[in-house]
Design a protein around this ligand. Structure first.
Ligand code: MN
Length: 414
């Protein structure tokens, strides 16, 4: 298949090539936030392209969040993408290229902001391997429970503490109870963990009382970001029975700055995992909702930085093997008539696979904090220490095609 090549330097062959075009909110040096598109090592300023009359998507002109554009729906998302692929591609005119060129800001000089305002945030539990591993630690007799294979499980998270890549994560305090202690105590968590996830971003949404059928979900999800669902395992363990996580999760959730659209991910769709037993009718679809996305999580301690050791890879799972997909999750979430609004965020839940090098959180890797592992330089870890930086990356590939999500970093401070 012949492919259009971008005339913008550094785009061709990069994670942010013409067939990616992720959206974000950025500020050029000393200027106000505005929407941009990552292309190679640059950000194209969409407000400036609007002013130059190269694009006509008014919801992006000077907007400080993407919600207005997310509300517009798939036809508008697709029209903008087609137009930008033309402008950044070989068929554009010299005059257009001059205008595009003047809209480009080096990504290294751009300050990124939260790309959309999150109204509601749900974290799901897509990976049956993760659910089984965690279940074995806490409920060895019936790790998955009777409902896992029927209901896409999740819990409502806290939107006010969703933060961007690079935000320092303060070690939270809370109630935790040691196994042999008679009573809980209050203090800093001793079991701070990450969860490697993808977060899906809602488009137009539905009216109260009007569920989104599974066949319509593609019109209601714009795209996705990398998500780190920071977790305090000791606080979580003490508070979670019987209602589920609350303060053990709500202190911070980090997302990556560039939203990769489902349209960009089209070439990387693969066959869904076959559920056993078949799900109930409203959760069944023949449409492919699995994506071949490689993810990676790495750890870098303060001592490793001082000694210039490279970050240590902790896990490399793939997203294609998830038991539940976002179409089932969104159909399920609205099946009672509940509303979804533009910018709502749906975390996949920890992405783990069946092998030891595919475990997307430390709880699984260290079996509940009992099996320590060694970092380059000899330090040992069960959970995160102050000064540790967690780095997450994601990339979809098929043959020579690939697109990247960029990076998501967070450093723990005391
Ligand atoms: Mn999670």
């Amino acid at each position: 298949m012949s492919r259009v090549i971008s005339w913008i330097p550094t785009a061709a062959g990069s994670d942010f090539d013409l067939d990616n075009l992720p959206l974000g909110i950025f500020s050029p040096p000393a200027e106000a936030p505005r929407p941009g598109i990552a292309i190679g090592d640059y950000v194209a300023d969409l407000s400036s392209l609007f002013e130059a009359e190269l694009i006509d998507e008014a919801t992006l002109d000077g907007a400080r969040v993407l919600n207005g554009f997310l509300a517009r729906g798939r036809a508008h998302w697709s029209a903008l993408r087609t137009r930008l692929q033309y402008l950044f591609g070989e068929a554009s005119t010299l005059q257009e290229r001059v205008l595009v060129e003047s809209s480009l800001v080096p990504r290294a000089e751009a300050t990124m902001h939260l790309p959309f305002e999150v109204g509601d945030y749900v974290d799901f539990y897509s990976s049956i391997e993760h659910a089984s591993n965690v279940g074995r630690l806490f409920r060895p007799a019936n790790p998955l429970g009777d409902n896992y294979r029927y209901v896409p499980l999740g819990y409502h998270g806290r939107t006010s503490t969703i933060v961007l890549d690079g935000t320092l994560i303060s070690r939270p305090s809370g109630q935790r109870k040691a196994r042999d202690a008679a009573a809980p105590s209050f203090g800093p968590t001793a079991a701070l963990d990450f969860e490697l996830e993808l977060g899906f971003v809602a488009g137009p949404g539905n009216a109260h009382g009007a569920p989104i059928p599974i066949e319509a979900v593609r019109n209601h999800v714009y795209g996705c970001v990398i998500l780190n669902d920071w977790s305090a395992r000791d606080i979580q363990a003490w508070e979670s029975v019987p209602l589920g996580p609350l303060l053990g999760k709500s202190f911070a959730t980090s997302i990556s700055p560039w939203v990769v659209s489902l349209e960009a991910l089209e070439p990387f769709r693969v066959e869904n995992r076959i559920p056993d037993p078949p799900p109930l009718a409203h959760l069944q679809t023949d449409e492919r909702w699995a994506y071949d996305i490689d993810l990676e999580v790495l750890l870098e301690s303060q001592a490793m930085r001082a000694h210039r050791f490279p970050p240590m890879p902790l896990a490399r799972p793939n997203f294609r093997g998830m038991y539940w997909h976002v179409a089932q999750q969104l159909a399920h979430l609205t099946s009672n008539g509940s509303r979804v609004r533009p910018g709502d965020l749906f975390g996949s839940g920890t992405i783990s696979g069946s092998e030891p090098e595919m475990l997307g959180c430390l709880l699984e890797r260290t079996r509940g904090g009992t099996d320590a592992f060694e970092l380059p330089g000899g330090e040992r870890r069960t959970y995160l220490e102050n000064g540790d930086t967690v780095i997450m990356r994601a990339r979809a590939s098929a043959g020579e095609r690939r697109i990247g999500f960029g990076e998501l970093r967070g450093t723990i401070v005391g």
